[in-house]
Design a protein around this ligand. Sequence first.
Ligand SMILES: Nc1ncnc2c1ncn2[C@@H]1O[C@H](COP(=O)(O)OP(=O)(O)OP(=O)(O)O)[C@@H](O)[C@H]1O
Ligand SMILES: [Mg+2]
Length: 319
Amino acid sequence: MATAEQVKTLIKSHFDSDPDRFSTIALQIAAHEARQGHSDVANEIRIIIDHAKNKPVRITFHRELEDLVLETEPHNRFNELVVSDSLKNRIQRILREYQQQHKLKKHGIGHRRKLLLAGPPGTGKTMTASIIAKQLSLPFYTILMDKLVTKYMGETSAKLRQIFDLIDRQKGVYLFDEFDAIGAERGLENDVGEMRRVLNAFLQFIEHDKSDSLIVAATNNLTLLDQALFRRFDDVLHYKLPTLKEATLLIDNRIGTFKGEFSSEKIAKKAIKLSQGEIAQACDDAIKETILSDKQKVTEELILAMLKDRTDAYGNRVK
Ligand SMILES: Nc1ncnc2c1ncn2[C@@H]1O[C@H](COP(=O)(O)OP(=O)(O)OP(=O)(O)O)[C@@H](O)[C@H]1O
Ligand SMILES: [Mg+2]
């Protein structure tokens, strides 16, 4: 059985709407059960958590848009995001302007609501869009840009128009995720023309949008975009791989109560050139492995092994 403390924290995290804390406690309960020899219960708890975490909810507004727009529950919190202070300030400015838009409106000034997030994979772009939705209590929609091109080739502009109609009708945070991936789609490698066309249509819709929604475009590759296009966005945020200090903080945040006797900074030094996403995944893997082997604390060796797994999977980037 879970301890009274765990049950209390579990209940509190539910009423605080803190699903991450909820999952962490649930995992601790699973670990506790595993240590008692109840590995079936431990496994069942883990499966429930995994399942809940990976469950995007499909929306059904619009028959034609069903497979192009996904609604997911935003669960990331601002304090989980590990980025530079200046980036944090800029995100906070976006939130503040939204929350006090009426003040700006009185003076005929619009708040920042068309955002371009650029940076390497796994540095927090999607997470930021989800945080903005969560902090502003707005629904969070992701537009599947690759599908828009592959499945609706030739009618992409018409589909985009429908999407922007939706943006106008239904207030929310709309993430056009990895819209640079359009060009990398199989079969389209050489079709730069189609990609350009879609991109241009997209940017025109953005320019003309006067909705109350926030539009977030995320890209790994700014060089694909014409510098002149940036003016269509109210803000361009640049994401970077973590500094040593940021990687250390991320490891501490992520390992949380599972932390054993080790220096996170020493480990972070081995994670040079890995993204926040890769480091977070290595930490999660280390926690899982700890639970599976009925241990209570994550060890230095285990995290290093998991980081190495990441590096091996993504190329030889850890020294
Ligand atoms: N800056 C960060 N701070 C804390 N955790 C992060 C950060 N960046 C990424 N993560 C972790 O990695 C996961 C994946 O990150 P995310 O999807 O936001 O990356 P991305 O920049 O959108 O990457 P991609 O370009 O591949 O879409 C997040 O859900 C989070 O767990
Ligand atoms: Mg992303």
